[in-house]
Design a protein around this ligand. Structure first.
Ligand code: DGJ
Length: 369
């Protein structure tokens, strides 16, 4: 009952600022069937996140084509003052027409996130980058910067994470283990699992850097920023600290849940506890979300049951996490994607309020509950 009242309160606060809009385009309790910007165009900003800056929200997301899945345009940006009426601000980061460019048209740009760096005055975008023609093999993180929130962003560099450096929480024994992927060709055997836990892919990728696919960014209260990403063939999450300008990795990083097969990380903090919502790895198909918490970004992280409750919770109501937006009044908004692989452009969005139960665990109720 308490949860229901909290949800109603949260919903009415959001709905109140969305007067005059049809029910299906408001964020909150109703699952939208169609999301349009203020000029009536379908919002094309998938796997995205929101930057809150000087009283405005900036939503960055993947521009996806109607057919196919490679990036033909880049990262889109929309702005809003009420999270409901979205103005299209254009392409924040454009693909390049230059052959051989790391961001050449036909590459794959996914899960862009933008943060503001108060020290440099720059807006910094990180995104998952796959090189043109290489499928998902490159597994890089890309970085671009801008002097204004909407861009255009200037591409700086891309690469794997922290080449030559071991994760802080790898033991000496694990660092010294002689693990060769050639000996573990067959996945999911008990021996393979043990080797993955021990850092099979960390070793394989040590010289060139750790893989980085689904990702998010988190800026902590002390201004330190972190890159959180699916690594080690999507089998293990990693959290890497960024340099003070947020443009590179500092070299400090840890592994989380080796072999856990988590992706789509979305992180937030409440009353000193760090929470992370992830999905499992089933491509575009929905699966049951995972929930983790820790007293520090550096852990120890522990797993809880899925925060989603109600009919369809075991498939995250058809969605996959991408971001959690902290709103004034200690409110938290879960943002997810409802992927439509047959036309990724028209993939939907799943935005739901997060409440907290009596045990202090996050609860996300279904769009129709
Ligand atoms: C699931 C990931 O979460 C998405 O970002 C995307 O990479 C798809 N896999 C591609 O199959």
């Amino acid at each position: 009952m308490k949860r229901f009242i909290l949800m109603l309160l949260f919903g009415s606060l959001l709905l109140a600022s969305c007067k005059g809009r049809q029910e299906g385009t408001t964020v909150g309790l109703v699952l939208p069937t169609e999301w349009k910007d203020i000029s009536g165009e379908y919002i094309n900003a998938h796997g995205g996140g929101i930057l809150s800056y000087e009283g405005k929200y900036y939503w960055f997301g993947e521009h996806r084509p109607d057919k196919g899945f490679v990036t033909e345009v880049g990262v889109n940006c929309y702005s809003s003052e009420n999270l409901c009426d979205w103005k299209y601000e254009g392409v924040a980061l454009s693909v390049s027409s230059e052959p051989g460019s790391e961001i050449e048209k036909g590459c794959i740009m996914e899960r862009p996130k933008v943060v503001y760096n108060a020290k440099t005055g720059k807006f910094v975008m990180w995104f998952h980058l796959e090189l043109k023609g290489q499928g998902y093999a490159a597994a890089r993180a890309g970085v671009a910067i801008s002097d204004t929130p909407t861009g255009p962003y200037r591409f700086l560099h891309s690469g794997r994470v922290n080449p030559g450096i071991y994760p802080e929480n790898m033991t000496q024994e694990e660092r010294e283990a002689k693990l060769d992927t050639a000996q573990y060709q067959k996945w999911w055997t008990p021996e393979w699992r043990k080797a993955v836990e021990c850092g099979l892919f960390v070793h394989r990728d040590l010289a060139g850097g750790q893989m980085s696919r689904d990702m998010t960014l988190y800026v902590d209260d002390d201004g330190k920023a972190y890159h959180i990403y699916s690594s080690e063939e999507n089998l293990t999450l990693q959290i890497a600290e960024l340099t003070d300008d947020y443009q590179k990795h500092s070299g400090r990083y840890i592994r989380l849940f080796p072999g856990g097969h988590n992706e789509a990380p979305a992180i937030f903090k409440r009353e000193g506890v760090y929470w992370m919502i992830c999905s499992g790895c089933t491509g575009w198909a929905p699966n049951e979300a995972r929930l983790f918490s820790a007293p520090s970004i550096w852990g120890p992280w522990k797993q809880h049951p899925t925060p989603f409750v109600g009919e369809g919770a075991d498939r995250t109501f058809g969605g996959q996490s991408t971001y959690v937006l902290a709103l004034p009044g200690n409110r938290l908004l879960f943002m997810g994607d409802l992927w439509k692989p047959e036309s990724l452009m028209y993939s939907g969005y799943l935005w739901l309020p997060i409440s907290f139960g009596e045990e202090g665990l996050p609860i996300i109720s279904g769009p129709r509950s």
